[in-house]
Design a binder for this molecule. Structure first.
Ligand code: UD1
Length: 315
């Protein structure tokens, strides 16, 4: 019976990953989450089939205890957001750097086989060339980007010094059902969904011509599972995007069309630390893993909108 531990398991990407792992009927899944931004409700349909441990990832002893006997630890817990890491850098450093170190150390000491680490496309910063390839020199523009990059380095070092298998996946702007739209630091697509449902115009920071490689959360969950299994993925750092890029203006236009509304966006000053363009080269991940993204942007946006509409009362 495979055992999986998911840090941040009650969060947006974590809960999707837990549901994906449960497709293996005999899997034992332990979700570790301090419920700071994660929610029990994200796991409602599966709570009886998993163990939810309410704990902080900086609590080494608790992570160690649950990582014992684990095949894979999916380390997805983090304080996300580029602007939050600028306005309030201490908590995001503490969780994203010290918490990440604690998880790698506990996984290695517990003799878990592998850690799949949620790295970030923000590590690239503003590159001269698109798409962004893993061989490019990282140029982090924000504390968040630097913190996530540090986690990649720790992944490499835990593999080379402590014999822990690691895979770092640089996620590119993940979106989909259950992303919380209610914080000033929420991901832009969740914010756009809330605008559609409340009829209040969104604010676009900058001219809206910045681009992102938006990746549907179910593709990411599937990728996590595959990355936990595939022997040849061990030690790799891989872009985990779709390989496309769209401007925010295009996204907002598409969403208005999907929802059948006309609601011109407001524009405000660009955000500090914001990357201008982001697009993944996915050659390496296609070669390394049997992974092919299944959700084109419009399909993913439609599914996301349907979900937010169906759950509007809870948000
Ligand atoms: C960054 C990372 C991403 C990571 C995420 C974690 C890059 C390219 N991507 O996302 O991999 O998962 O941090 O938080 O660095 N915006 C608006 N209006 C809003 C909210 C956002 O215009 O109400 C704009 C932002 O200024 C930005 C874009 O939308 O240009 C995307 O913002 P956001 O969803 O917060 O993600 P990134 O910061 O791009």
């Amino acid at each position: 019976m495979p055992k999986y531990v998911v840090t941040g398991g009650a969060g947006f990407i974590g809960s999707a990953t837990v549901r994906e792992l449960l497709q293996e009927a005999d899997a034992e899944v332990v979700a570790i989450d301090n419920l700071l931004s994660g929610k029990r409700a994200n796991l409602a349909e599966v709570l009886e089939r998993i163990s939810l441990v309410v704990a902080d990832i900086r609590d080494y002893d608790t992570v160690l205890k649950h990582a014992r006997g684990a095949d894979v630890v999916f380390h997805l817990a983090a304080i996300p957001s580029v602007p939050r890491s600028i306005s309030d850098p201490v908590p995001s450093h503490d969780v994203n750097v010290n918490g990440t170190f604690s998880v790698f150390r506990a996984a290695a000491d517990a003799k878990a086989r592998r850690v799949v680490y949620a790295a970030s496309s923000s590590a690239y910063g503003d590159t001269e060339v698109l798409p962004k390839v893993e061989t490019m020199r990282p140029l982090p523009k924000s504390p968040y980007a630097a913190q996530k990059l540090m986690g990649e380095y720790y992944a490499q070092v835990f593999q080379s010094c402590f014999g822990l298998e690691t895979v770092s996946l640089r996620y590119f702007n993940v979106y989909g059902p259950r992303q919380d739209p209610n914080s000033p630091y929420s991901g832009v697509i969740s914010v756009f969904m809330k605008s559609l449902l409340t009829g209040q115009a969104p604010t676009i920071f900058g001219d809206g011509q910045q681009t992102r490689d938006f990746t549907f959360v179910e593709d990411v969950a599937n990728l996590n599972r595959v990355a936990g299994k595939e022997p040849s993925a061990s030690g790799k750092l891989l872009n985990a995007g779709n390989g496309n890029r769209y401007t925010l203006n295009e996204i907002w236009d598409t969403l208005q069309r999907i929802a059948g509304v006309t609601l011109p966006a407001r524009y405000a000053e660009p955000r500090a630390g914001d990357v201008k363009d982001s697009q993944a080269d996915i050659t390496a991940i296609r070669a390394a893993l049997p992974y092919r993204p299944q959700f084109e942007l419009e399909d993913g946006l439609r599914r996301t909108f349907e979900w937010y509409r169906a759950h509007a009362a809870e948000r």
